[in-house]
Design a protein around this ligand. Structure first.
Ligand code: F6P
Length: 549
């Protein structure tokens, strides 16, 4: 797509359509069509999506499909699956779909069948995970591994930690799995405090193996382990790496046979089903990991082949564009009604905001519409007793994605029914609200009526599945990955680069030597930054012993 998106006929039509129908209340839309709840719903890869509580009608859907057509969504989907270099600013293919392709598929990048490589790494992961789980893999002192610590950040942490939490029900319970990401020393110190290094395995995950936080933590972890184990030669039994950078891994001291590779065509935030998921595989076992990959693949195939109108990820993405650009919602809440999905909103934050938080099109022009909405969320029902007040009665419109399961994994009396009753009630209350007449009819004192009126007309999607399984989780993640892709295609941006993280990194490198109070380096920042650094210098404690190399 070249030129401004707002000049596209479909964009104009959607804009006009919103002007004329945007005020129609969900109460009216549901009253006008008794079948609406069933009609505006889709099933794919074990997921059921009810999108009927959006401010849309048949015309909206037709126009959104028209917009997808004008933006070339179908062609872009095929280009991604073909392995074209659709990450144009980094000149790379975008092939996370190859990570879950069956061994019988062929996807060529520069003449190499990447599916063969993916399965070769998978086999090595399987044999390593099995040896740790069974106790065959022994630490330096001959003890079996009881603790696994994943060190990584961003996509090398959020995916693994989210998946571990989500699939904890399926995990081997005599293994402790922890995650260290923050360069704040507290993260590593607290993660290792009660552990015996003889029984602890570190997985250092970094696509680039140059990320400051991860390398700093990895060096500190090595010092902790060597300190307890008494010899540098212990590193080989207690550290493995996942990376695309074999040279840097070797420099750190991890032998190539203990490194699991992946490829530059896997973006960090799209990598939790690559070797970056090694901690997940160790926790839940290779069979469950394969089931998760199969769930991803089923959703991939649906996205690749279903017509746009019946394509769940495409539709979810188009509805996000509708709510963001036409209805005018600046944020989206993701509300999983499942405790195991407690890290899912944090994972989606990186996926959506690092992918689509862009202000320039692939062609280098400034975009003239809003791009990624701010994504946030917490598991239900906790959020209900915190921020749902704003969702129902605040001045801002926040579209919500509710996620729930028909069967709980931990039956406890009627608690699962209670949980799900809350989910259904919340989306109903958001959509339909409560009128002043209804409030007054309940005998509410007149002066309290305005406080207790719920306007409603607040959009939401509900995603339901039978049960949270590895396959369901894979399908759910793929659903959001492809929805994010769809949104990026509509806005004409590169969803697979992340230049926005660079400036802060560079400035931090400049500030670091200045923090030493004894430093002679003159401060040349603005008056705010200078004053903050000077105050820090006065109050800081000197470093006990630098571990960084
Ligand atoms: O935050 C920027 C980023 O590059 C993310 O995209 C990535 O997931 C994270 O840093 C970690 O990068 P790496 O895996 O190379 O350490």
């Amino acid at each position: 797509m070249t030129g401004s998106i707002v000049s596209l006929p479909a964009w104009q039509s959607l804009s006009d359509h919103y002007q004329t129908t945007g005020d129609t209340h969900l109460r009216e839309l549901f009253a006008a069509d008794a079948q609406r709840g069933g009609r505006y719903a889709l099933e794919a890869a074990g997921l059921y999506l009810d999108y009927s509580k959006n401010r849309i009608d048949d015309t909206t859907l037709k126009l959104l499909a028209g917009l997808a057509h004008e933006c070339g969504l179908a062609e872009r989907i095929q280009a991604m699956f073909r392995g074209d270099a659709i990450n144009t600013t980094e000149k790379r293919s975008v092939l996370h779909i190859a990570l879950r392709a069956p061994a019988t598929e062929r996807i060529l990048v520069d003449g190499i069948d990447v599916v063969v490589e993916v399965h070769a790494v998978l086999e090595r992961m399987v044999s390593f995970a099995d040896s740790v789980r069974s106790g065959q893999w022994l630490g330096h002192t001959g003890k079996r591994i009881r603790n696994v610590i994943n060190i990584g950040i961003g996509g090398s942490d959020l995916g693994p930690v989210m998946a571990y939490e989500a699939l904890r029900h399926y995990s081997q319970r005599d293994l402790t799995v922890r995650f260290v990401s923050n360069v704040d020393g507290t993260d590593l110190v607290e993660a290792t405090r009660d552990l015996d290094a003889c029984e602890t395995l570190f997985i250092v995950c970094s696509k680039t193996f140059t990320t400051q936080e991860t390398l700093t933590n990895a060096h500190a972890a090595r010092a902790w382990a060597v300190g307890q184990l008494g010899s540098d030669s212990a590193v080989g039994r207690h550290f493995v790496a996942v990376s695309t950078n074999a040279q840097a891994v070797a420099q750190f001291g991890i032998a190539t046979e203990n490194m699991f590779g992946f490829w530059d065509w896997v973006g960090g935030r799209y990598s939790m089903d690559s070797a970056i998921g090694l901690s997940t595989m160790i926790a839940i076992g290779p069979q469950h990991f394969r089931e998760m990959l199969a769930g991803f693949h089923t959703m991939d195939e649906h996205f690749r082949h279903a017509p746009i109108e019946q394509n769940m990820p495409a539709l979810l993405g188009l509805l996000a564009v509708w709510n963001n650009n036409f209805v005018g919602a600046a944020t989206t809440a993701v509300l999983p009604y499942d405790q195991y999905l407690k890290r899912f909103p944090a994972y989606l934050q990186q996926l959506t905001m690092e992918s689509n938080g862009k202000h320039v099109t692939q062609g280098g022009q400034r975009v003239d519409v809003e791009t990624a909405p701010i994504l946030w969320g917490e598991p239900g029902t906790n959020g209900q007793h915190s921020f749902y007040q704003l969702l129902h009665l605040g001045t801002r419109l926040v579209p919500c994605d509710f996620i729930g399961f028909c069967q709980g994994l931990n039956p406890l009396g009627d608690q699962h029914d209670l949980l799900m009753a809350n989910l259904f009630a919340q989306s109903e209350a958001l959509a339909f609200g409560k009128t002043a007449q209804e409030v007054a009819a309940e005998g509410t004192a007149p002066e309290l009526v305005p406080h207790r009126v719920f306007d409603g007309n607040r959009p939401s999607n509900t995603i339901l599945a039978e049960r949270l399984t590895p396959a369901t989780l894979g399908a759910l993640i793929a659903l959001y990955e492809h929805s994010v892709f769809t949104q990026g295609v509509i806005w004409g941006i590169d969803s697979f680069d992340q230049w926005g993280v660079e400036l802060g990194k560079v400035l931090a490198q400049r500030v670091l030597p200045e923090l030493d109070g004894a430093s002679e380096v003159p401060l040349g920042h603005d008056s705010s930054t200078n004053t903050l650094i000077e105050r820090y210098r006065r109050q800081r404690r000197p470093n006990p012993k630098a571990i960084r190399t």
